[in-house]
Design a protein around this ligand. Sequence first.
Ligand SMILES: [Cu+2]
Length: 190
Amino acid sequence: MKNAMKHAMKNNVRKVVSGVVGRSVSAIAILILGTTVSHSTFAQVGATAEAKMEAKSGSKAKGTVMFEETAAGLKVSYDLSGLAKSSKLGFHIHEKGDCGGKDAKAAGKHYKEIAPTGGTSTDNPQKYAGDLPEIDSDAQGVAKGSFEISQVSLKKDHPIEGLALIIHGGPDDVTKKSAPRIACGIIKSM
Ligand SMILES: [Cu+2]
């Protein structure tokens, strides 16, 4: 009788132990799953976004611009065609996520004018975070390339996700009115 009870108790202890271990394993699984989910939800290094550019102001410009958060900042890769041939073209993030209007006027002004971190333009004394390097088109009106910037991010400091990306029909120039907006695309997370 005594032995039988001991045996039963041991079995119960074993059951309790395996129950605890089982629960711990599922807790670890939840933790791992939770970490994976939070990585994609809160965009650590590696978040990506895309802007599909649509023609504006009567142009034939089109193409795609990709954004990828890197350890150093934000990599911007562009593949565009239908641009003015052999030209330097202004390339900016504007303050609103709206490409409305024939001339994309709904995109509003430049994003974060007079931002403390400044823009990249060397010819613009009043720098702003949405200022990207000018694009150089070739003799066929094609522009392909990439650059890296650090004054904006997709979802962190100076977040640009959801805003409008604009290509102008001429170079950056603060002495005149900006060249027409020839393409616009909303920066959308992927
Ligand atoms: Cu602009």
